[in-house]
Design a protein around this ligand. Sequence first.
Ligand SMILES: Cc1cc2nc3c(=O)[nH]c(=O)nc-3n(C[C@H](O)[C@H](O)[C@H](O)COP(=O)(O)OP(=O)(O)OC[C@H]3O[C@@H](n4cnc5c(N)ncnc54)[C@H](O)[C@@H]3O)c2cc1C
Length: 410
Amino acid sequence: MADVLVIGSGPAGLCIATALSQRGLTVAGLSSTDPAKPWPNTYGLWADELEALGMEKFLKCRWQKSVAYMGKGMIPLNRDYGLINREMLQGHWLAQSKQDGIEWHVGKAAKVTHGSKRSEVTADDGKTYSARLVVDASGHHPAVVVRSPQLQPIAYQAAYGIIGRFSSPPIEPNHMVLMDYRDDHLPEAERKLPPTFLYAMDLGDDIYFVEETSLAHTPAIRFDTLQHRLERRLAQRGATLQETFHIERCLFPMNMALPDFTQSVVGFGGAASMGHPATGYMVGSLLRRGSDLARAIAQSLETIQTSPAQVAQEAWQALWPSDRLRKYYLYSFGLENLMAFNTYELQQFFTTFFELEQSQWASFLADTATLPEIVQAMLVLFGRTSNPVRWGLMSSVFSHGKLLRRTLTA
Ligand SMILES: Cc1cc2nc3c(=O)[nH]c(=O)nc-3n(C[C@H](O)[C@H](O)[C@H](O)COP(=O)(O)OP(=O)(O)OC[C@H]3O[C@@H](n4cnc5c(N)ncnc54)[C@H](O)[C@@H]3O)c2cc1C
């Protein structure tokens, strides 16, 4: 019997499986897809997030010219952005898995039961897998992790992206556009609809990735709406698509409730609601938090008699200590504000946001700031921004006050 069974072989599954085996634990994996099957998503993050972990070699592309557009003029962000070399990162973790003797099984986890010494996962083909602890890393709609009641209606990030060659550059060459919230390519009536922005990058060799993105909306913005908006944006720029290499349809929930911390299974990644509640980014967080979770699990398993329930309790505490819970509620409050803003207010908000000290907005986006630092940044932003944004923020205190109260009491 393995010490730990990890469900799922996406970024979260491979990250935590290898972090656990590096702690000397015997690990088995169960995934509905072959762990060697290439991950489907394109993962971007700030280069300094990987540098802080000594993992910058996993960057495939890097842009010094990262910018945003919030109306007139370009806002230089002066912070390097990168795309993860997903083949390399996945290959690295698979090689580590092999070296550490992690055995991966292909199968779909359907249910879990717990005894005093072990947990047992049953796959939908009837096969069973036992371990002293189960870590569910099966994504945003987890196989066995149970969540607490949902506080807000589920909002989805949705995006429609194209990797291709165009008749002329769709963005400034050598640039990476984090957010382009300009909407002058849309007819008046469409500008009143929920805002979307362009996320784009020059991949070199005259190839560009352009993606029309809805930060979060309930219900999700439809792909055909996003595609239509992207086409209008490109048409205004005079960039005609000439060759398509890949179409990305991105859809994931942003504000899923936290897991139930009393259950005897632990989650990691999307299954443990680890996506940044205000931005959706998660990969940097996985890389930073995996080793702490692995340490807590390894320590707890050192005692032979510990039950899955006891190990899970300590693991959840390590993954979601109270200061992190407080930040989760504050970020969730922030997301509710962003979803209530129209395009003009979002332009105003983000203009002020990127005028904060870079260390302030950078740590907000990477979720590395402490709660007092986030509060301080928000107060500065509140003081500097426009009256419509201020009014929106104040109204949210009334409509989403319960999230703020949880920030104080979690
Ligand atoms: C298109 C897209 C683009 C994204 N871009 C970024 C980005 O640029 N930067 C960023 O930080 N985040 C990004 N995200 C958000 C987040 O990082 C991803 O959703 C990420 O893939 C989540 O990782 P995960 O390992 O938790 O889940 P997943 O990647 O969804 O992996 C889940 C794994 O579990 C397996 N599985 C599922 N169900 C079962 C089951 N019942 N039994 C066994 N195995 C199962 C699957 O086969 C898979 O191997 C993006 C998300 C999407 C959808």
